[in-house]
Design a protein around this ligand. Structure first.
Ligand SMILES: Nc1ncnc2c1ncn2[C@@H]1O[C@H](COP(=O)(O)OP(=O)(O)OP(=O)(O)O)[C@@H](O)[C@H]1O
Length: 628
């Protein structure tokens, strides 16, 4: 084994841009994050950290279902490896070990080494380690002996694989570790294979437990293990839309689309026939008992899989979208979010699960898609209340944003209020801090904010003492933060802190519940004006044809104006702005040709005004069409 000193020197050399001697790329990347992002010092050894009993209880409660579902997989794995003196850790997405199996004879040594229940293996605390590196990269990884950053851990060998939930978010990490191991890293390849296979099985068990009302399509490249240990699994609703998937399922679908840079949640709601040469009615064809040949399934990119389908356990569909895919009740504040759009239903189900948890949420979506609306709904769903403080990082001038966010001490600078000022971060303590357009936060403030998140304290400008703060963080951005990171304008470590889970709002023009949304907004406007509004069919047609670059905000404003211009609450197309005016008759079947137009006119006793009223267009439009 290498000496402590040479290990420290190697990390320092790598941090200064030097070559690493035969290290794997994930190890080098993690070392660089430790030095540059978390400012860890390789020369200062920190023993493993075990969280206090009460904190562990909270983490275990949050991971309770996963622990239950994963238990049999963990036991099987442990039986395979216990003789080699491996221990097994299941950590949550924050790196805290919530389940553990090891040989009790070595309890003391294992506890001291941090291979124990409650140990925290986040990268920012423990330095390069398998659990931490796996949380950051989302990939299986071996961190062997002096791959570890901290010299306290360089005796250990640790191998970890991620576990993703059915909507594609990393929810846990499975790790197996040994106190002592052969020097060669290659000795751990079998361990890597075992953790990755167990993680895959846990994801599958989780998908099966959560999608009892749906079909499950299992896929493998070979027919032999298709029914017992498939490579991938995808849950589908009665209309053939994706409602959940394992990580293997995500990879399989992503490969058929030949797309990169998108996440599993982008695939939720997509129809299965956009990936494979099959319809929903073909699912029974792939059930058990069919021959291998009958179960072949071709993807649109030409790849061939063996497919096996499982019918829903409960066939009655829940009406109204009030129950999420996991059959958890959706809190009242989140119920209005989707009126039948599959993508929004997935967002709603995910939001319902996240709302009560202390998990930092990032909402992505074009301008006006309802990011703040969703942030507030998440806040209103929490039983512990507290203030909701919304800050638009793009709207505050750069020279003011620091004092606005952090506050300042009395006399901190010329022109400051004599009593000082409480910052918005502190004002959100006990509630929710909503940071809109977080991509516009200046870089220097990003580092300060990162410290607030890691230490749970805020230091106002000019103040000497930090003040404790505890808030739920919801951030939003209309720009893809990954591209800001690539451009050096956003810190990657802050990105990981604010983005424990992502909710992605679809643009309005892609929503399938458009008409219901229009109705809902009109009911709200009607309530404010003590009026009842109705739309002429042609008005809805015109609304549907518009592109809505301003999304829900533009739609809400358009409907407010249209309601104000309506006569007796009936909204005709003439109440819409110029760019939405139908310049020709609607393309409906009855009016698309001359015969249909004549028939429609006759039905109105050849009264052009009556036909124009019925179709919701101007009389001049009818005249123009008749002339043509
Ligand atoms: N689910 C919804 N149902 C009805 N109206 C909504 C919904 N979501 C948002 N709105 C309305 O759309 C408008 C824009 O919403 P919001 O401000 O939340 O969007 P945003 O994405 O935060 O916008 P920006 O990117 O400009 O900050 C608001 O008037 C809001 O009331």
């Amino acid at each position: 084994m290498v000496s402590t000193l040479s290990h420290i020197k190697e990390i320092e050399r790598v941090a200064l841009g030097g070559q690493a001697s035969g290290r794997d790329t994930p190890v080098v990347q993690s070392w660089l994050r430790c030095v540059h992002d978390y400012q860890l010092d390789p020369a200062s050894a920190q023993e493993a950290y075990i969280v206090p009993e009460t904190t562990l209880k909270e983490h275990r409660e949050q991971a309770e279902e996963l622990i239950r579902i994963g238990r049999s997989g963990l036991e099987t794995l442990f039986n395979q490896i216990a003789e080699q003196h491996y221990v097994l850790l299941l950590s949550d997405a924050r790196g805290v070990t919530v389940d553990f199996m090891g040989d009790p004879t070595f309890d003391n040594q294992l506890r001291k080494a941090g291979l124990y229940l409650g140990s925290e293996w986040s990268e920012s605390r423990a330095g390069t380690c398998a659990v931490g590196a796996c949380i950051v990269s989302g990939e299986p990884v071996i961190i062997h002996q002096d791959d570890h950053f901290d010299t306290s851990h360089i005796g250990l060998t640790c191998t970890a694989a991620p576990i993703f939930d059915t909507l594609g978010d990393l929810t846990a990490v499975l790790d197996i570790s040994q106190l002592r191991s052969p020097t060669a890293k290659a000795s751990q390849q079998l361990a890597l294979h075992l953790v990755a296979a167990t993680a895959r099985r846990i994801e599958f068990a989780n998908l099966m437990a959560r999608t009892r009302n749906d079909w499950v399509l299992r896929l493998s490249r070979s027919p032999d293990f298709l029914d017992v240990d498939p490579d991938a699994a995808i849950a589908l609703d009665g209309a053939g839309r994706v409602t959940g998937l394992t990580h293997g399922g995500f990879n399989a679908l992503a490969r058929t689309m030949k797309l990169t840079g998108f996440s599993a949640s982008d695939l939720i709601g997509e129809k299965i026939d956009s990936f494979f040469e099959m319809e929903i009615d073909d699912l029974p064809r792939f059930m058990r008992g069919k021959t291998g040949g009958e179960r072949m399934l071709r993807a649109h990119d030409g790849a061939v899989f063996f497919a096996s389908s499982l019918a829903p356990v409960v066939t009655s569909r829940q009406a109204g979208g009030i129950l999420s895919k996991a059959q958890e009740p959706v809190p009242r504040a989140l119920r209005d979010l989707s009126l039948g759009d599959p993508t929004m239903e997935a967002v709603q189900a995910k939001a319902a699960k996240l709302a009560g948890r202390d998990i930092a949420i990032l909402i992505q979506g074009e301008t006006g898609t309802g990011k703040e609306y969703l942030a507030r709904a998440l806040h209103d769903s929490r039983s512990d209340g507290g203030p909701f403080v919304a800050v638009n990082c793009a709207a505050i001038p750069e020279h003011l944003i620091e004092s606005e966010l952090f506050g300042y001490a009395p006399g901190a600078f010329t022109g400051a209020a004599p009593k000082g000022k409480t910052g918005l971060i502190e004002a959100a303590s006990g509630g929710t801090l909503f940071l809109d357009e977080i991509g516009d936060m200046p870089l220097a403030l990003q580092s300060r904010f990162l410290r607030v998140l890691s230490e749970g304290e805020v230091v106002p400008v000019g103040a000497l003492k930090p003040r404790p703060v505890r808030f739920k963080l919801v951030s939003a951005s209309h720009q893809p933060l990954q591209s800001l990171i690539d451009a050096g304008r956003f810190r990657a470590d802050l990105f990981y802190r604010i983005n424990a889970a992502t909710l992605r709002l679809p643009p309005l023009k892609e929503r399938q519940d458009f008409a219901a949304l229009v109705d809902q907004i009109l009911v709200r406007i009607g309530r404010d004006n003590a009026e009842t509004y109705r739309l002429q069919p042609a008005t809805l047609d015109a609304l549907r044809r518009h592109d809505w670059p301003g999304n829900l905000r533009e739609l809400t404003n358009t409907l407010k104006v249209a309601a104000a211009l309506s006569d007796g609450g009936l909204i005709g197309p003439d109440c819409l702005p110029d760019d939405l005016q139908p310049d020709r008759l609607p393309h409906s079947a009855e009016t698309s040709d001359a015969d249909a137009l004549r028939a429609a006119l006759q039905a109105c006793d050849n009264n052009i005004s009556a036909l124009a009223r019925k179709l919701g267009v101007n009389r001049s439009t009818i005249h123009r069409r008749l002339n043509r």
